[in-house]
Design a protein around this ligand. Structure first.
Ligand SMILES: Nc1nc2c(ncn2[C@@H]2O[C@H](COP(=O)(O)OP(=O)(O)OP(=O)(O)O)[C@@H](O)[C@H]2O)c(=O)[nH]1
Ligand SMILES: [Mg+2]
Length: 437
């Protein structure tokens, strides 16, 4: 049982017409009663009365009463609906503190809800994200986490992994037990691959959804004179970057943003990439390569009127890890198969179509979207651990060796929800395998 905490739940910084002061804890009703002259209500009811400081009337209020355990925190909760204003609200809070409550720490109500099993961390973080949402889309996505769909998805995945772990452990501990499938190296591999693709799917949809909020970093790269700056200007519909027929015109990174489809594209036009002795150009090229590293999407511009060279091959190779679009520019001089554009005349619809296509399947209703950095990094870590196990198996390691990595992945997922209890494992073993009889 925790002590009774109190805090002002409304703004508290302005002259709000109404303020809510909230109490949670075993003694919440008792503390409230000491300063309230109305009746203690039944569960989920509201009563009317006055807040008093000894004999002195402080405010006329409505008080809402919620009895444990079916409350937000799982504890008794009292909410005093007082008249707003910093002075009045703080005075009531001080009275509660003087009568047995402790000032709540930041997020302590939610933390109690979590500790009392009222919600998992996904929901706790969704509440936080909703409160701090800057756009309507962010708020919508946070609220969608309230229904627990994402939590269920992680739970299901956890179960899948746990089942694998339990089977391997049973194989080790009870080799003579025939009822349990013997997970050989060969049988384990497809099951891990399956978990891996589940994790991959979450990561892919989540990454894409991120683009809606944060925009896509696009690097426009290619050889000197290919038409990169002309392309940037065509996208922006303004002459932002200098265009000349002299190769090596762009020496620093030029930026600009536009929205295509539902995503915001943040372009970076870069210096042409090739081998040169010019010091300033070399520095520019260095920056271009860095931009490839930082980008979410790479647009590789090739002068379609010329043959592709070794430099183009190099650019393509260094872009491989990212979403990558190869475009042939100067279609007025030569039409090429693939995506062909004329940047100079701003005829780039083939390219914008392709960009739309890449981001078309971002569906914010997808429960597989996770937009919380902590949660995403745990999914990432789970995937790394599962891949570690897969690599081990492929190298001929036995299931009882790679089980360590599988356990780590399971713990990662457990940490997303915030309940990684070792007892889960024992429960699963006995429930599914009836060994303990
Ligand atoms: N014919 C034709 N010329 C083009 C086209 N796009 C760009 N150019 C010309 O190609 C030359 C180079 O264009 P830029 O946009 O400066 O090329 P860049 O890739 O930015 O070049 P660097 O900054 O030097 O790396 C200019 O003379 C442009 O007018 C096109 O679609 N057709
Ligand atoms: Mg340029």
């Amino acid at each position: 049982m925790f002590d009774t905490i109190a805090a002002i739940s409304t703004g508290g910084m302005t002259n709000d017409p109404i303020s809510i002061i909230r109490l949670s804890g075993a003694d919440a009703f008792g503390v409230a009663k000491k300063i309230f002259n109305g009746k203690i209500g039944n569960d989920k009811s509201i009563t009317y009365g006055f807040i008093k400081d000894n004999k002195e009337v402080v405010d006329e209020v409505l008080v809402a009463w919620f009895k444990a355990p079916n409350t937000f925190t799982g504890e008794n909760i009292v909410e005093i609906n007082a008249h707003g204003g910093i002075v009045n609200t703080n005075r009531i809070l001080q009275l509660l503190l003087a009568n047995g409550a402790r000032l709540a720490e930041r997020g302590e109500f939610s933390r109690r809800a979590f500790l009392n099993g009222k919600m998992d961390l996904i929901k706790a973080e969704a509440i936080h994200d909703l409160i701090f949402a800057k756009t309507k889309e962010q708020a919508d996505l946070s609220v969608k986490k309230f229904d627990g769909e994402t939590s269920n998805l992680i739970e299901k995945l956890k179960k899948k992994i746990l089942n694998i772990i339990a089977t391997i452990e049973t194989n080790i501990d009870y080799p003579e037990y025939d009822d349990v499938e013997n997970l050989t190296n060969k049988k384990l591999l497809p099951r891990l691959n399956n978990v891996n693709s589940d994790l991959e799917e979450i990561l892919t949809s989540s990454k894409k959804s991120k683009y809606i909020y944060e925009g896509v970093k696009v690097a426009i790269v290619g050889k000197p004179n290919a038409g990169k700056s002309s392309l940037l200007n065509a996208f922006l519909n303004e002459e932002k970057a200098i265009v000349t027929e002299i190769p090596g015109t762009t020496r620093d990174v030029v930026e600009g943003s536009i929205q295509i489809g539902q995503v915001l594209l943040n372009f970076k036009d870069t210096a042409g990439i090739h081998t040169t002795n010019d010091k300033i150009e070399q520095l520019g090229i260095q920056k271009s390569l860095e931009k490839i590293n930082e980008a979410d999407l790479i647009i590789h511009v090739i002068d379609g009127s010329k043959k592709e060279s070794k430099d183009d091959f190099l650019i393509e190779q260094s872009s491989k890890i990212k979403p990558y679009i190869k475009v042939y520019n100067k279609s007025d001089l030569k039409q090429r198969d693939g995506i062909s554009i004329n940047a100079k005349n701003k005829e780039i619809s083939n390219l914008t179509k392709e960009i739309k296509n890449i981001f078309k399947d971002i569906d914010l209703n997808n429960e597989k979207i996770i937009n919380n950095t902590r949660q995403l990094s745990l999914i990432d870590s789970a995937k790394i651990n599962i891949n570690e196990a897969i690599t081990g198996l492929k190298e001929g390691m036995l299931p009882d060796t790679v089980i360590i990595d599988i356990q780590k992945a399971w713990e990662d997922l457990g940490n997303i929800l915030g309940r990684a209890e070792a007892t889960d494992l024992l429960d699963e073993m006995f429930k599914n395998f009836c060994l303990g009889k």
